[in-house]
Design a protein around this ligand. Structure first.
Ligand code: ADP
Ligand code: ASP
Ligand code: MG
Length: 414
């Protein structure tokens, strides 16, 4: 960071998502935005995602060949999406006469663990980034990817370019971190589902984290976790206009006055029910240890009271991310003879509807009101989980969006 009497030169990390680089016109638009900041004398590190639809397309190609492809090879494949856009963005900047160099995650010094397809960042040594910035370049970094210390390419989980940007902002001690996307900021609910959703001026890390992990895909949840841990304040804003976005930062006293900050709907979960699991100590531990060992995240868990005569047995339900369902099924099937449950039922037609707000800590009656709205809408609640600042329910997927609008109307206006 350099100051002189006239200009303040800032180091800015900007991230552009899939839609923002979705075609060559959009990439040229990104280059123009970057050029404007550069004209002010700022130093820029630009993180880009793959063009929208490209990562999904690559996953589909692999799954057409094998339903459970090697995760190492998936990372090799998926990392190519971002490699296209970094080069195209650099080329677009060159066309405007701006020096720019693209780097892969590995070249930018992003070192991860070896958990393919959802690797965690271990450390970042952005030596090349610093050198290129100091030489006057805009540095374009491929989002969503890194490399293990052994040199294996990894990816950081879906939506992982957000994490690349936040982690780089922390490592570079950037003055500003901007996440450019295809909406004007973080809304009280997905504006594509709830027309009455309102843009938030600010939101706390904890609220953003809950909304993101509960299905609001506007930010990857792990990136928000990282931002909270390292105190990276960031702004979510549109790449298509100049409207101010939403600032995500630590909680302030004034935020507590709002009971419900936002509502999310996660359509990406599946429920597994194990019928008639022997009700003995150690059984749940064995099941969830095996699932954890396969790197499948389990979210909600509900166990019913024992039923049946003779040896006590219970039904055990839990939710996992849909893409992990096949892996979870494989683990569960492998445990069948050892554990002796009767059958395993998978249900992909579920939605998890959640309301989030730090103000819930000091307000009561939120759950009752939410359940009442759902009852009036004729929506049956399948599972419930709560924390200090959120209430989540699992409901039938087909009723998810209308339930979301009704709950939004009741708490945040239509
Ligand atoms: P990008 O490709 O820029 O990373 P994403 O598609 O991952 O963008 O995220 C942006 C999308 O997130 C929006 O188009 C919007 O439909 C969705 N979204 C879900 N919940 C919210 C919310 N609460 N606020 C804003 N957008 C949301
Ligand atoms: N291209 C990756 C994905 O679609 C990463 C990202 O967009 O952030 O998940
Ligand atoms: Mg995204």
């Amino acid at each position: 960071m350099t100051r002189n009497s006239v200009v303040f030169m800032a180091l800015i990390v900007q991230k552009y998502g899939g839609t923002s680089v979705g075609n060559t016109d959009r990439i040229k638009n990104v280059a123009r935005r970057v050029a404007e900041y550069r004209k002010r004398g700022d130093q820029l590190v630009v993180v880009v995602s793959a063009m929208s639809g490209v990562t999904d397309g690559l996953i589909k190609l692999a799954k057409d060949i094998a339903p459970l492809p090697s995760e190492r090879e998936m990372d090799m494949l998926l990392a190519t999406g971002e490699q296209q856009t970094i080069a195209l963005t650099a080329i677009a900047l060159h066309a405007l006469g701006i020096p720019a160099v693209s780097l892969t995650g590995a070249q930018a010094g992003i070192v991860t663990d070896g958990v393919h397809t959802k690797a965690k960042i271990h450390n970042i040594t952005p030596k090349q980034v610093h050198e290129l910035l100091n030489a006057g370049n805009v540095v374009i970094v491929a989002g969503f990817q890194g490399e293990t210390p052994e040199g294996q390419i990894t990816t950081l989980g879906r939506g992982g370019s957000d994490l690349t940007a936040i982690a780089l902002a922390a490592a570079l001690k950037a003055d500003l971190c901007q996440i450019y996307t295809d909406v004007d900021g973080v809304y009280t609910a997905d504006p594509r589902i709830v027309p009455g959703a309102k843009k938030l001026e600010e939101i706390s890390y904890d609220e953003m984290l809950e909304l993101a992990s509960l299905g609001a895909k506007v930010m990857q949840s792990r990136s928000v976790e990282f931002a909270k841990k390292f105190g990276v304040v960031f702004e979510v804003r549109s790449s298509l206009n100049d409207n101010p976005g939403t600032i995500v930062k630590a909680e302030t006293k004034s935020m507590e006055g709002v009971m419900v900050r936002g509502i999310s709907l996660d359509k990406n979960q599946a429920k597994v029910t194990l019928v008639a699991v022997p009700d003995q100590p150690g059984v749940a531990a064995r099941i969830f240890k095996a699932i954890g060992d396969a790197n499948v995240n389990v979210d909600m868990i509900v166990q019913n009271v024992s039923h049946g005569s003779g040896a006590p047995a219970t039904d055990l339900s839990f939710t996992v991310d849909k893409p992990d369902l096949l892996k979870a099924r494989k683990v569960i099937d492998g445990l069948k003879s050892q554990i002796g449950y009767k059958e395993a039922i998978a249900d992909e037609k579920i939605g998890k509807l959640s309301i989030v707000g730090v103000g819930m800590k000091s307000h009561t009656g939120v759950a009752g009101k939410m359940f009442d709205v759902l009852a009036r809408e004729g929506v049956n609640i399948d599972m419930i989980s709560t924390s200090e600042i959120k209430i989540s329910v699992v409901i039938e997927l087909s009723k998810g969006e209308s339930a979301m609008r009704a709950v939004h109307g009741a708490f945040l206006g239509a």
